[in-house]
Design a protein around this ligand. Structure first.
Ligand SMILES: C[S@@+](CC[C@H](N)C(=O)[O-])C[C@H]1O[C@@H](n2cnc3c(N)ncnc32)[C@H](O)[C@@H]1O
Length: 493
């Protein structure tokens, strides 16, 4: 595999020369930060949307997180339909960045300047996605370019038309550059290839999919069957994929999900719904959710069993979402949950000294298992981040262990596919901690409790892979979930 785009000798490809002096009619190119001016383009036309999306794409290219880019207050004046399209464009650019960058590099004699580079990257992404008729897209992209930089109309027109002419050759040449084909940075691609020699292609391909909307039914409020009947009445198609998990055939805004605001359901991936059952909490136990925000797993634990839960997080703004989520669920617990702002690594600052029977350590990680939902993560991470994350994960595990009662259990969880953050952390921890041992992982099934096959990660943890059947016997071949790692440890009495 080569890390570099292949520049093959293709006599048919005409590289388009970039503009030398990016100038507007007033003498200067508009800068991306000033781009969001009222535009004379027809409101809600494709050109108008391309125009607005261009500075957002420029920010994504600079490494700004997608959710931050999309929360730009300047977009609030746009219609909901335009905002939805901009979101779609930005997610598309993050998903197709490898291929679109390869094409741009091949098509331009020199790298174009901003904001035209971002406009072209977006237009090539949309051509790859076949979202619009090519001639419409080219015409509208040229109109958007004209508004930024009249002198760049020829470049945009030339590049996009040349793509149309040489598409077959370009896409054939791209096959030699796997990072461009699969839309991942080379280091990430190599890591997945090495770790999953037989599954890497399907794992990387699944990152391009739109994730399904999976709900967790709050069974403290009603059985799953009753909620499915409610959806049926509302004409919403859904399928049960786990003890409390249902997948909607079509994603909906939460405001349109029956009973969401009243806490009848929460949005939670099916793979994430394994955590609470794996922790095996018994009624009345003291439970610590050590990295709790936004509270998805805290809520699930409390829906399953009445226990004394402490939901801890280091991030105050994220912690507010734990409070909101727990309130929304309207749980009737004899022991109201405690929501605590604190550092799991500094127990002395918030812990009352009474040991916990169960600890969930859902630690910060690379998020390599949830790239469908956060497609920009792969471009923002660096290979060296894994070492830092691993050190942080091990430190958190070591800091939390003394808080666990003798005979208690700790569930270590990440949403990562990389063993560096899973089995390796657990192996290091067990080597140095004589009171810790692995525990068998058990999940509820349609027929009762079942052991999770230990072979899933080779050494006892459970590596849940996206696009591979989930270990929930009795609920069919569920493959719509994200990637997670789970390991259950118990403390010697
Ligand atoms: C993967 S998220 C947790 C998701 C959560 N368990 C859920 O299911 O909704 C990791 C969380 O760990 C928190 N965190 C990071 N370092 C921490 C620390 N030292 N102490 C406590 N929380 C921490 C982050 O703020 C973040 O909210």
């Amino acid at each position: 595999m080569s890390d570099k785009p292949v520049v093959s000798a293709r006599p048919t490809l005409r590289r388009v020369p970039s503009q030398r002096k990016p100038e507007t009619a007033h003498g200067r190119a508009r800068r991306p930060s000033n781009l969001m001016q009222p535009s004379p383009l027809a409101a809600d036309s494709l050109a108008h949307r391309l125009y607005w999306a261009t500075p957002l794409v420029a920010q994504i290219q600079q490494g700004v997180a997608l959710d931050v880019v999309l929360a730009d207050p300047r977009c609030q004046s746009l219609t909901p339909a335009t905002r939805a399209t901009l979101q779609d464009f930005c997610y598309g650019v993050a998903r197709w960045r490898g291929s679109a960058s390869f094409l741009l590099q091949q098509l331009c004699a020199r790298p174009p300047q901003e904001p035209i580079a971002s406009l072209l990257l977006l237009a090539l992404t949309l051509l790859l996605q076949r979202k619009y008729e090519p001639h419409t897209l080219v015409d509208q992209a040229v109109q958007a370019a004209a508004h930024w930089q009249p002198g760049a109309k020829g470049l945009v027109n030339g590049v996009l038309r040349e793509y149309g002419r040489s598409q077959a050759d370009l896409l054939a040449a791209m096959q030699a550059d796997l990072a461009a084909v699969f839309n991942f940075p080379p280091w990430w691609l190599r890591k997945v290839q090495k770790t999953y020699p037989t599954q890497w292609k399907s794992l990387l391909k699944s990152a391009q999919d739109h994730p399904p909307l999976t709900l967790r039914v709050n069974t403290q409020r009603q059985p799953v069957a009753a909620y499915l009947a409610k959806l049926n009445q509302a004409g919403i198609e859904a399928q049960q994929v786990g003890p409390q998990a249902i997948v909607l055939s079509q994603a909906l805004p939460v405001s349109q999900i029956p009973g969401f605001s009243d806490g009848l359901v929460s949005v939670q991936d099916a793979g994430a719904q394994l955590a609470a059952p794996l922790l095996a909490v018994q009624p009345g136990q003291r439970v610590l959710d050590a990295c709790a925000a936004p509270g998805g797993k805290s809520g699930h634990i409390l829906e399953l069993v009445d226990c004394a839960l402490t939901a801890l997080d280091i991030d105050a703004s994220r912690l507010r979402r734990v409070e909101e989520n727990l309130q929304r669920l309207q749980l009737t617990s004899a022991m109201p949950p405690r929501v605590v702002l604190g550092d799991a690594g500094q127990a002395a600052t918030w812990w009352d000294g009474v040991p916990f029977d169960r600890i969930l350590a859902d630690v910060p990680c690379s998020a390599s298992g949830i790239v469908r939902r956060q497609p920009d993560i792969r471009w923002r991470r660096r290979a060296g981040d894994l070492r830092q994350l691993q050190a942080q994960q091990l430190a958190l595990l070591q800091a939390l262990w003394p808080l666990l009662a003798a005979g208690g259990k700790l569930l270590y969880a990440t949403c990562s596919l990389f063993p560096d953050e899973g089995e390796t952390v657990i192996a290091h921890f067990l080597q140095a901690e004589p009171t810790a041992a692995r525990d068998a992982l058990q999940v509820p099934t349609a027929q009762g409790a079942a052991l999770v096959p230990a072979a899933t990660s080779g050494t006892g943890g459970l590596q849940v892979l996206p696009n591979q059947p989930l270990a929930w016997p009795g609920y069919g071949e569920v493959t719509t979930h994200d990637g997670f790692f789970y390991a259950l440890l118990h403390k010697a009495v």
